[in-house]
Design a protein around this ligand. Sequence first.
Ligand code: 5GP
Ligand code: ZN
Length: 113
Amino acid sequence: MNDCIFCKIIGGEIPAKPVYECEDFIIINDVNPIAPKHYLLLPRNHYATLAEMNGTDAEILGRALKTVSGLQKELGLENGYRLVINQGADAGQSVLHLHIHILAGTEMSFTVD
Ligand code: 5GP
Ligand code: ZN
């Protein structure tokens, strides 16, 4: 956990300029965007994967979805957006700190390649 890059961002060890912060999570710009708008919602608590969350932990995900929907104007999501959680190797999860990608700013196709 101490080596977790997202924990370091959340803890201020690695400087970042969150676009949103609250008690439960922060939202930052992805360092390597794949869409004109590409944010990452990071729970402040460290969960490597969805499987690590118990039922109570997982309630934060509901709050996260509701928060994103309340930030449509602030984050420029009015034309629509896509939320993605990459879970595990097949999905290409590269950072083992649960996070939600928020993608927007262009029309998107939907394929698995
Ligand atoms: P994953 O593949 O695990 O779902 O997504 C990890 C995401 O984190 C990638 O889109 C990657 O660009 C982003 N990322 C990795 N390291 C950093 C970092 O230090 N800062 C920020 N802002 N994004 C990062
Ligand atoms: Zn972490």
